[in-house]
Design a binder for this molecule. Structure first.
Ligand code: GLN
Length: 188
């Protein structure tokens, strides 16, 4: 399981993956993607991460990785980077998740909050830190959880995205879902 390690909440994701018995591999260059079965784009500062992606020439390799059908989870800034388009404070996104991300839609750092989402996972506590909102979802995007009516956890094929931080706290179910999308050795 790769974790994009340019900036942001890399260590917290690695800890969750280790708790689930998988190995977290930091991804900083194209060849780090070789042999990975899935990838996490962590939260952080999407402007900084996008500059890193540009500098390291990682846009095309990451897009190819996701389009090959391998599972990808983007959280918060990672969700912004997956989006088809970014509505404000534009950053270059990968364009592989059919929705529009609105950055910092809930306010600044002091407006961080947690809430219980409604949806597929019961009692899912979501921690929002300068979270984006997701709008104009395409027909292939399924909403797995909502808070105040807004999608906070979505899925399009093997791509998962959360506007909250599932790596903070003790609930491992979002990462478990990602691991479940990895085909077994038999390809099943
Ligand atoms: N608002 C930040 C951004 O768009 C994301 C915040 C986060 O990942 N916690 O870069």
């Amino acid at each position: 399981m790769g974790v994009l390690a340019i900036q942001g909440d890399v260590e917290a994701h690695a800890r969750v993956i280790a708790r689930l018995g998988a190995e977290a591999v930091p991804v900083r260059r194209e060849k780090d993607l070789d042999g990975l079965d899935a990838l996490i784009l962590p939260g952080g500062e999407s402007t900084t991460i996008s500059k890193g992606l540009e500098r390291l020439g990682l846009y095309e390799p990451l897009e190819a990785f996701a389009r090959s059908g391998k599972p990808v989870l983007g959280t918060c800034a990672g969700a912004v980077l997956l989006a088809r388009a970014v509505e404000n404070h534009a950053v270059r996104s990968l364009g592989i998740l059919d929705l529009v991300a609105v950055r910092n839609a809930y306010g600044t750092q002091v407006d961080s909050f947690s809430a219980i989402a409604e949806g597929a996972l019961e009692d899912l506590e979501c921690i929002f830190i300068r979270a984006p909102r997701l709008r104009r979802l395409g027909p292939g995007v399924e909403v797995l959880a909502r808070v105040d009516g807004w999608p906070v956890f979505v899925r399009q094929g093997a791509i998962l995205a959360t506007t909250f931080h599932p790596e903070l706290g003790d609930d491992l179910r979002v990462h478990e879902m990602l691991l479940c999308l990895v085909p077994g050795p038999e390809g099943g």
